[in-house]
Design a protein around this ligand. Structure first.
Ligand code: 5GP
Length: 137
């Protein structure tokens, strides 16, 4: 099937890091939030931190993480409505502040192996600055 061939699957597997052996060890984003690892910050407030992705997949590639940790989009449904609402509003606000409302952008949450998630700390990818393809790879 197009877009779901062996090399695509292998790429997804290579990208995915299995954190299940030590699920509670701090992730790279815990360390960024703590200030132990530097990042190029684009926005911060009491709820979220937004910073440039180290391997940008588009001219604009910003990650938005909540300061209260959730491991993945898959367990966000367990959070209080207000927590989810605030986080989603802040992702939208960061894109707005970056001037992306006019040209447009894509927001991506990767979960698990098939989603090619590599960091076990929920993060929204804001991708912009070029036309995106659909379906995604
Ligand atoms: P995921 O694949 O889990 O959805 O996305 C994780 C993202 O984090 C990737 O796009 C990757 O490039 C980015 N990333 C990994 N390590 C670092 C880092 O140390 N600093 C920054 N700024 N981004 C990182």
């Amino acid at each position: 099937m197009m877009g779901n061939n062996d090399s695509t699957q292998e790429n997804a597997k290579a990208h995915f890091i299995d954190h299940t052996k030590n699920p509670d060890s701090p992730t790279i984003f815990d360390k960024i939030l703590k200030g132990d690892i530097p990042c190029k910050k684009v926005y911060e407030d009491e709820d979220v931190l937004a910073f440039n992705d180290i391997q940008p997949q588009a001219p604009v590639h910003v990650l938005v993480i909540p300061k209260k940790k959730w491991k993945s989009f898959s367990n966000l449904h367990l959070a209080k409505d207000e927590v989810v609402g605030v986080y989603m509003k802040k992702v939208s606000y960061v894109a707005h502040q970056l001037g992306l409302d006019g040209p447009g952008y894509r927001v991506v949450f990767n979960h698990g192996e098939h989603g090619a998630q590599s960091v076990d700390y929920i993060h929204a990818h804001i991708l912009a600055g070029r036309s995106m393809q659909w379906p995604p790879g």
